[in-house]
Design a protein around this ligand. Structure first.
Ligand code: SF4
Length: 293
């Protein structure tokens, strides 16, 4: 397989094969992220994609239903190229119902509605989108490369195209200063455009990132683990999304690993509250060092 640099996927996609169609990140400037530092963004040649599909077809059944295209942000590719890749995938796996990937708002917002409709027809679905926060102040602090207005407009287009997406959020991304705004504005965007799943990860301050520099200078004050859990409880309290939306909080970075369907909102809150009662104070009142996102 042609894998260039580190390859990431959501924990829930652990059994989904990964096909590299781009590598690195075309933005690579988010203040908290070091995922693709040192990997220059590039586009996989079509011959490599074909060779990799050939290889995958030896290990996965012809009726494979889902595949992940990677790396950082494949939707940076022109739609024409993505349609060509979808045709190729379906040549090898004709029963594919979802071509999943990670994406930023930046890349999807550039695509007109008509192109997103075409991508849906071509089976692009279950897109993991780095929403991170609904607050403009937090998005600016993170240097995410999109505004909340652009996120609203992009999600509207995805909804019109019927493409399902997973909203990736960052707990504690606003630090102490913007914690309340982060919760309220994030709940607002989730309520306006409910995703298939909400996936939350505690913000790690990774060495070598701009966010680590900001923390050193006192420009970003990290939340304690207790405050992170309290933020999550507040977020869930403010959610008014359909009952079948899933809340995934089992990422490795999270001290309190809690997941469940939001129809059981009270149970999820109760589980978080139990964590606050049971976890030792020395953990809850600290900021655990995380060396990855
Ligand atoms: S968070 Fe995503 S968009 Fe931002 S630099 Fe990292 S890979 Fe790129």
């Amino acid at each position: 397989m042609h894998y260039t640099g580190p390859v990431y996927r959501h924990p829930l996609e652990a059994n989904t094969p990964i096909l590299e169609i781009t590598y690195g990140c075309s933005w690579n400037k988010c203040n908290f992220c070091n995922m693709y530092h040192g990997v220059r963004f590039g586009v996989s040649p079509i011959e490599h994609i074909r060779e990799d599909l050939e290889e995958l077809s030896q290990f996965y059944p012809k009726n494979l239903s889902k595949i992940t295209v990677a790396n950082g942000d494949p939707l940076a590719l022109p739609t024409k190229r993505l349609l060509e890749i979808s045709d190729l995938i379906q040549e090898y796996f004709p029963k594919i119902y979802a071509i999943s990937c990670q994406s930023s708002i930046r890349n999807i917002k550039r695509k007109p509605q008509e192109e997103l409709n075409q991508l849906y027809e071509a089976k692009y679905d279950d897109i993991y989108i780095g929403i991170e926060s609904g607050s403009d102040k937090v998005l600016k602090l993170l240097n995410k490369g999109h505004s909340s207005q652009q996120a609203y407009e992009t999600l509207e287009k995805l909804e019109n195209a019927k493409i399902r997406y997973i909203s990736l959020l960052m707990g504690g991304a606003g630090g102490k200063e913007y914690s309340t705004e982060h919760v309220l504005e994030t709940a607002r965007i989730l309520n306006a455009y409910p995703p298939k799943m909400i996936s939350i990860i505690t913000t790690g301050i990774v060495s070598g990132t701009k966010l680590a520099e900001m923390q050193e200078k006192g420009e970003f004050v990290q939340l304690t683990e207790r405050e992170i859990i309290q933020e999550e409880i507040e977020l869930i309290k403010h959610l008014e999304v359909p009952e079948n939306v899933y809340f995934f909080g089992h990422h490795n970075n999270n001290v309190a690993k809690v997941s469940g369907h939001l129809k059981d909102k009270d149970k999820i809150i109760e589980k978080f509250e139990n964590k606050l009662e049971k976890l030792p104070d020395n953990i809850l009142d600290s900021c655990i060092k995380r060396e990855y996102l």
